[in-house]
Design a protein around this ligand. Structure first.
Ligand code: DAH
Length: 347
């Protein structure tokens, strides 16, 4: 028969083992494993009960009580150890995640809008400030809208002004945003005040022409519209886009859909109008075509030209961007060369 004292020392050594073995541990997972090793059914604390049969029956209750005390102690011991570890682990996480807000930051590269987009937004901003609404047409257009309704029937010599991509005898890639005028006038009654930005296409390719480029069409139809209104609006636009000191000049021109037709020049912003290589010594730079809407065009859309008159203009967006940012080859606007694009930021 083993005496109680010996058993008590066994109990004590299990308790000691719990303390020494746990003292090395640094995380909750290991603590949990150790806890299982001692407190599971077949764990080292439970195993002590095996000695029960070796204990004198009169002392069994006492022995059982002591084993239970050890168990209660161990449960609390592991609980508090677990809590301590959790706290330490959290502290470690906080420490690792600490941010030093005084550290110099990484420079983040921010892109900018494409120059063509910048100019388009500026134009929209200026004209919407004057009450223009945006109408976006389609890039594939019916021959009628692109030409015939704009007073340019088949075999009209003005068709040669634009080298057209025909998709079929009936459909073309629109050569001008002017086609939007017809759609709007067919669907709306005056007063009309619209702006129509978009891509246009022509079989044309050199330093200042590209097979695809963008235009911004403007159309105003109301009672008593004159060239004076046109000049007033364009003045606001060129001053905003090219600078307050810029002046405009209307020069007679020809477009089938306007009568009279004008070309609008702005005073050269490189030399202020004195004459320089930029303006080919003329002091002026041409920026857009415009005019008073031809009576025939109004008639084609069911608008009475004796009651209403209109003004229209068409601005080449790449052309404005090239003039404004000093770009001498239109290809630079389509090559996505960041050395060029990064230099242009008007925002
Ligand atoms: N559509 C013309 C072109 O592409 C530009 C133009 C001229 C538009 C006169 C107009 C205008 O609205 O009135 O060359």
């Amino acid at each position: 028969m083993t005496n109680l004292e010996e058993l008590q020392s066994r109990i004590a050594s299990v308790r000691k083992a719990i303390q020494t073995e746990s003292s090395q541990l640094t995380d909750t997972k290991k603590i949990y494993e150790l806890r299982k090793a001692f407190l599971d059914k077949s764990g080292r604390v439970g195993q002590l009960m095996k000695y029960m049969k070796e204990v004198d029956p009169s002392q069994r209750a006492d022995f059982g009580k002591r084993v239970n005390e050890l168990k209660t102690w161990a449960l609390e011991y592991f609980d508090s150890l677990d809590e301590q570890m959790r706290r330490k682990e959290l502290e470690r996480v906080y420490e690792q995640e600490k941010i030093d807000v005084t550290m110099p930051s990484h420079r983040r590269r921010i892109g900018n809008l494409h120059p063509v987009t910048q100019v388009r937004s500026q134009l929209i901003e200026v004209f919407s400030g004057m009450g223009f609404e945006i109408y976006e047409g389609t890039e594939v257009e019916n021959d009628y809208y692109n030409f015939t309704a704009l007073n340019t029937p088949k075999d009209h010599p003005a068709r040669d002004m634009q080298d057209t991509f025909y998709l079929s005898p009936e459909f073309v890639l629109r050569t001008q945003t002017s086609s939007a005028q017809i759609h709007v006038m067919e669907n709306e009654k005056p007063p009309i005040k619209i702006l129509s930005p978009g891509k246009v296409f022509r079989s044309d390719d050199d330093a200042t022409h590209s097979p695809m480029f963008s235009q911004m069409e403007g159309l105003v139809v109301d009672k008593g519209i004159t060239l004076g209104d046109l000049q007033g609006m364009l003045d606001v636009f060129v001053k905003k886009v090219f600078g307050q000191e810029t002046r405009t000049r209307l020069r007679p021109s020809y477009f089938p859909f306007t009568e009279p037709s004008v070309e609008v020049d702005v005073s050269c912003f490189a030399c202020g109008g004195k004459g320089c290589p930029f303006c080919k010594n003329t002091g002026w730079i041409e920026v857009l075509g415009a005019g008073i809407v031809n009576r025939r065009v109004l008639e084609n859309c069911g608008i009475d030209p004796d009651l209403y008159s209109g003004l229209a203009f068409g601005i080449g967006i790449e052309r404005v961007a090239m003039l404004k940012y000093g770009i001498n080859n239109i290809k630079q606007l389509f090559e996505s060369d960041l050395r060029v694009l990064n230099q242009i930021n008007d925002r």
